[in-house]
Design a protein around this ligand. Structure first.
Ligand code: ADP
Length: 462
């Protein structure tokens, strides 16, 4: 099958979130399964600055190679992409994001013709690639080159929809009829994600539970109705984890490598983390870890309410994250009061993240909603037991056999579940069993890629 992946961020070139991992790692797994894959993304300034090995294809288009000869094409345009951020700067989103990403999609469809890559599937990720199915319908409907092309559209987080004022509609070069409630219009605005949902052959999200949740008012961010109309074409596939980057047996960032066979060495990592955090070096105190964006979505609203009670419990808590400034100041205040209980790192630090996954006993991830989530999968691999809210990908990966789950999004339930976890932690024998079992879970990209292939087949049958 000829597959073009189109995304606004792709590892290792540019990343702000989990989308980049999917767009960069899924193609490698598809290639392993024998598929013909290319990737198309914007040619941002960060890519030029990082000096990747890049070749010029023609004016405005360059490419690089990843994995086993997978070409990654960069759509360049100084006016749109030669700036520091991917989507915005300290003042918020760039004002011309509609121009930037509609251009990206249009140019991508031209490029596929220029390189004579007539795809069976164009796999579009998130709102930035959502104009692809729209333009295929509007501009290429009768073009023989795209006659057999079908589209799969992945929603990584429905909270981000690419909303723009109606006045910008003429810039898109679409007939006015596209601006109606059944297509791109959403309460008087242009809704880019909605275009992707309406015009793609198949839609999916990054976990089965999230694919159901987004059809409800609580989680749909206003698009539940549109998704409901397409429910027979809507699926959920769990993301995989890149075990070459996350494996305690050969992790370069941690003080002592370990596996389920030599768990004593995990405790050397705990001791090291306690030193880093300036905590008492106690093996029998449960050490909780958080590595997260500091946002309400990630559970910081109830965590903020619960933290005075949490600080009175017999535990240690290390938090690594950046995000909303209100949580920065709130947590800084807590640490000042309770330096022996809470340790805080307000930054993005991959090396420290690895140390927290390895050194903690319990990984706290009380997200209010979570399309898939990586932290819980990583922590399982490191024998660090996840404690999660039952939602989205967390509900699909964590249960009583490998972690702690609460299902009422309330501070009382969070506190109670943390307390249960501490009680369980005291029973050394049972804890060890839980931990060894957790380390056996495997969320490989190979499995996810096979499921994506089935989805592509379903799209081709349309
Ligand atoms: P999201 O993409 O919604 O932020 P995920 O759980 O899917 O959440 O992925 C987050 C990833 O980013 C995880 O690998 C996590 O370890 C990492 N991460 C989040 N915050 C930080 C941070 N401050 N420092 C280092 N890594 C972080």
């Amino acid at each position: 099958m000829k597959i073009a992946q189109v995304a606004s961020e792709v590892v290792p070139f540019a990343k702000t979130g989990g989308l980049a991992d999917v767009a960069g790692v899924l193609p490698l797994a598809l290639k392993e399964l024998g598929e013909d894959v290319i990737i198309v993304m914007p040619g941002y300034k960060v890519i030029k600055d990082a000096k990747f090995a890049v070749e010029r294809f023609k004016e405005g288009i360059s490419y690089s190679i990843i994995g086993k000869n997978i070409k990654v094409y960069f759509i360049e345009n100084d006016k749109y992409f030669n700036r520091d951020g991917l989507y915005g700067d300290k003042n918020g989103d760039y004002k011309d994001n509609l121009d930037r990403f509609s251009y990206f999609c249009k140019r991508t469809l031209e490029l596929l013709k220029e390189i004579n890559f007539s795809p069976d599937i164009i796999h579009c990720h998130d709102w930035q690639a959502a104009f692809i199915p729209v333009y295929l319908e509007a501009l290429y409907k009768d073009d023989p080159f795209y006659k057999n092309t079908r589209t799969v559209f992945t929603i990584h987080n429905i909270g981000y929809q690419g909303l723009f004022p109606a006045e910008e509609f003429p810039k898109l070069g679409l007939e006015r009829s596209f601006f109606n409630m059944e297509m791109l219009e959403f309460y008087g605005k242009i809704n880019t994600l909605k275009g992707g949902i309406v015009f793609s052959d198949i839609i999916n999200t990054v976990s089965p539970t999230y694919s159901r949740e987004i059809q409800t008012k609580e989680f749909g961010f206003g698009l539940e109705g549109v998704l409901g109309k397409r429910k027979t074409d809507l699926f959920g596939i769990l993301n995989g984890l890149d075990y070459s980057a996350w494996n305690p047996q050969n992790d370069k960032f941690i003080i002592k490598n370990y596996s389920a066979q030599n768990l004593e060495d995990k405790y050397k990592n705990k001791e090291e983390l306690q030193k880093v955090c300036n905590f008492c070096l106690k093996k029998d105190v449960a050490l909780f870890g958080i590595v997260s964006r500091l946002a309400a979505q990630k559970g910081f609203d109830i965590l903020a309410e619960a933290i005075p009670s949490i600080c009175k419990m017999n535990l240690q808590l290390v938090i690594l994250g950046t995000g909303e400034s209100k949580y920065h100041s709130l947590l800084e205040g807590i640490v000042k009061k309770h330096p022996k209980v809470v340790s805080l790192y307000l930054k993005f630090d991959n090396s420290l993240a690895h140390k927290i996954y390895a050194g903690s006993d319990i990984f706290l991830m009380p997200s209010r909603y979570e399309p898939c989530g990586l932290g819980q999968m990583i922590s399982l691999k490191y024998g660090t037991i996840p404690l999660v809210f039952k939602t989205g990908g967390l509900a699909d990966t964590i249960n009583v056999n490998n972690g702690f789950v609460f299902s009422n999004y309330k501070k009382e339930d969070l506190i109670k579940t943390m307390d249960n976890a501490i009680q369980r932690f005291k029973d050394k024998k049972k804890w060890l069993e839980l931990l060894k079992g957790a380390m056996r879970y495997n969320f490989s990209w190979q499995e996810s890629a096979k499921k994506y292939l089935q989805l592509y087949e379903q799209a081709r049958a349309k």
